[in-house]
Design a binder for this molecule. Sequence first.
Ligand SMILES: O=C(CO)[C@@H](O)[C@H](O)COP(=O)(O)O
Length: 232
Amino acid sequence: MTLSDLKNQVCEANRALEPSGLVRLTWGNVSGIDRASGLWGIKPSGVDYASLTPEDIVILDLEGNLVEGKLRPSSDTKTHLHLYREFPQIGGITHTHSLHATMFSQAGRELPCYGTTHADHFYGSVPIVRALTPEEVETDYEHYTGVAIVQRLRELGLHPLEMPAVLQRHHAPFTFGKTAMDSLQNSIALEMCAQMALGTLTLNPDQAPIPTHILDKHHLRKHGPGAYYGQK
Ligand SMILES: O=C(CO)[C@@H](O)[C@H](O)COP(=O)(O)O
C-alpha cells in the first residue's frame, strides 16, 4: 500500500462517520495502518469531517513519531498507537461516542448478544473495559486507555478480530478491524446491536443471551474452522 492509499483509506473512513450516524460534532476518529511499512494514519484533532481531505491525515510510525502532517493528530492517538503495537492482527481502529453503545459504556454494562445480528460481528457479550485509576488519568489518559483495552481482551482470551469492539467505562466504544473501513463497519454494527439490545430488554427484561451453539455456528461461519482464537 502506498502512503497515498493509506491516507485515502483513512480519510474515506473518517468522512463516512457522520453519514453513518455515529458521530456528532467531532466525537470520533478512525485510523488505519500499513503493516508492511509500519506507518499509520489518523484523523487530525477537532477537524470537521465533511471538509477532511487525504492530505489532512496525520501519519505516524509505531514509535509514535510524527512522520507527515501539518495538523495535530487526534486526542486519542496514543490509544490507537498502543492497540496497533499490541494487536498486530488489526489494520484499523474506530472510536466514536455513538449514542446507544455509549449508554452501555457509561452505565458500565457489557452488551449482551441477544441475536444473530450481534453474533455475526462479535463473539458474545461486548465487554466493558475498566475505569482508569487516578494515577493513569493523571500520567497518560489515552495511553492507559489502550492498556486497559488490551488487558481486558487478553483476560477474556478474546482475539481482537473475533471481538472487534470494547466499551470503555465512563467513556465510549472502540472497535477494530482488518482495515479502517472494516473497523468503521464494526462501529456501525455495534451501535445497531446496542439499540437492538435496549429494545430487547424493554420488551423482555428477562431475555437470555443467544444460546452458545448458535453463537459458535455464527463464529465458525465468519472465521472458518480452527479460527477460534479464544480459550474455550
Ligand atoms: O473521546 C474523545 C473525547 O472524550 C475524543 O474521541 C473526541 O471526541 C474526539 O477527539 P479528536 O479525535 O477530534 O481529537
